[in-house]
Structure formats: C-alpha cells, structure tokens
Design a protein around this ligand. Structure first.
Ligand code: CP
Length: 308
C-alpha cells in the first residue's frame, strides 16, 4: 500500500491490519505523555482546500503524536487565490520535503491526481462527493470496538447518500469486511449508480431500523445542492430524521453513529445524539488512532509502531 485513495483499494487483510494497528496505537492516546518517536524526521503536509474540523485536526494530532513534522496548508490565505493550480501547489510542498500529503479537495478524483504528481504517500481526506477512506476506517473501528465484530453486522446508512463520500467509502469498506449495508434515503438523494454498489437500498427508515445493529445518520449537504431535493427540512426530518420515537424502534443493543458535522434537529435529535448509545464523540477519538495507523503504515517503514 503506497497511498490511501479509496476504501475500495483495501483488501480485507490490509483493512484489518489498519484496524489492529489502530487498536495498538490507541494505548498511546491513553498515556499521560501521548508521544512516540515512530515518525521522527518525517514531514506530513495537511493540504486542505475544503473546510474541516475533525479530519484536519485529527490528522495533525496523529502525526504529532508520532513525532512527525507537520505543515498545515489551507487554501484560504494561500497563493491559490492568485490562481496557482493544485499541481503547482503540490510540487511546491514536495520541494519542501513532504513524505506524506493529506489532501481534502472539493473535486472528486483530486487525491488520485495528486498521487501521480508527488513522490510521497497521498492520503485522501475527502475528495468531493467521491470518497473519505479514513472516515470509513474509523467508523469500522468504532463498530468493531462497540459491537465486537464486523462480519454479519447489519448497518443502515441514512440520509444524503447522493453527496456523501462517507457513504461510498463505508459501503466499500464494510462490504469487504463482511458487514451487510442498507442505504436509506429518498429517491432524489440516491446516486443513479447505486444499483451497482455492494449494498441494499430502501426508502423506508421505519422498516429498516428494527433490523439494524448500527444506524449511521448523514448530514444533508446543502452546500453541494443546486436544486431542491426534498420539499422542506421539516418534511425531510419527518421521514428520515432519527428522533426519540424512531430510536425506540432499534434493537436494544444497537448503536447510533454520525460522522459529523451534524445538524441537531434535522437528521438527528439532540436527545439521540447525546444518548449513551451514540458513538459520535468516540468516533472522533478513534479517528486519531486510525489516522496514526495509516500514517505509520504508509510512512513508518519497518519500525515498530509503538516501540518496545
Ligand atoms: N467527518 C468529517 O470529515 O468531519 P470534518 O469535515 O469536520 O473533517
């Protein structure tokens, strides 16, 4: 594995190696001194052309916990505003000695393009509506920790599938790992290609919930919409929002996930988001361990992950 561009590129063994390595590295986050020398001397560039809170900060924390040097690049305030291309920006950063480039970009395929231009490892931190592989890995990690397994786990992914890179990466990864995924959305928020995805599809959330071990709610991505995809926010929430009554339809041990950022009151009620069966903050914590694991496996060479 030279880059991490798509969850679909990962074999079952590679995906499990990342999850197992993340579990080992999670021990470090529980220590009073959260630091390992593993990536000392390596440079990681965070190249963010789109806004981010969780992904950008957790990649930075992950790299720093492993003693890498971190350069944070945000398109806002850079020479991108003067017309500099992605390729020239990437080559500039490479000239400064980047061993790994973490990229978030609004264009689907930007991470793969970048991988053809730079020598270092490229990690896709979200490219347009295409993929977000480290989100899927941290989601799978969280499911395995909470539920004890992934094989045969029934996962419902609910909401704006059409614009969701998280949904696509989760479907690809979870199917590789043996989970059974059902996408639940109004027909207008499903991609036309969904029939070829390795998952089931439903328009009826109330019917799917009692048969789910995990329900993952997605944000409606208004910033990517140029048309009306549903009559109103209230109508969307009535059909596809997870409120107290719908939550009661889930099996007793089922968990609720959300990649964030969430719109409380629209796709998920505050009561459900804050429930003990919600893993939303755990997902953020696990994101640091999973990103440590992928940085270690891509940049760490033959050194031991956590030393002796
Ligand atoms: N889940 C996720 O990608 O969140 P951010 O946009 O805050 O990084």
């Amino acid at each position: 594995m030279r880059h991490l561009l798509s969850a679909g590129d990962l074999s079952r063994d590679e995906a499990l190696l990342i999850l197992d390595t993340a579990r080992e590295l999670a021990q470090v986050s529980g220590r009073s001194v959260k630091k390992l020398p593993t990536l000392r001397g390596r440079t990681v560039v965070n190249l963010f052309y789109e806004d981010s809170t969780r992904t950008r900060i957790s990649f930075e924390a992950a790299a720093k916990r492993m003693s890498a040097d971190v350069i944070n690049f945000s398109a806002k305030g850079s020479s991108v505003s003067k017309g500099e291309s992605l390729k020239d920006t990437a080559l500039t950063l490479q000239a400064m000695g980047a061993d790994g480039v973490v990229i978030r970009h609004s264009s689907s395929g930007a991470a793969r393009r970048l991988a053809g231009w730079v020598d270092g490892a490229v990690l896709n931190a979200g490219d347009g509506t295409h993929e977000h592989p480290t989100q899927a890995l941290l989601d799978a990690y969280t499911m395995r920790e909470r539920m004890g397994r992934l094989e045969g786990l029934r996962v419902a992914i609910v909401g704006d599938i059409l614009h969701s890179r998280v949904a696509r990466s989760n479907v690809l990864l979870l199917s590789t790992l043996g989970a059974e995924v059902t996408l639940v959305a109004p027909p207008t928020l499903l991609p036309v290609s969904v029939g070829a995805w390795p998952c089931a599809v439903s328009y009826d959330l109330d019917e799917v919930l009692p048969k789910s071990d995990v329900v993952m709610m997605l944000r409606v991505q208004a910033e990517r919409m140029q048309a009306a995809f549903f009559p109103s926010a209230r109508e969307y929430s009535r059909r596809y929002g997870l409120d107290r009554d719908r939550f009661a339809r889930l099996p007793d041990d089922a968990i609720v996930m959300h990649p964030g950022p969430m719109i409380r009151g629209m796709e998920i009620s505050a009561e459900v988001a804050d429930s003990p069966r919600s893993t939303i903050t755990e997902q953020v914590t696990n994101g640091v361990s999973v990103r440590m694991a992928v940085l270690y496996l891509l940049l760490g060479g033959s050194e031991s992950a956590i030393g002796n």
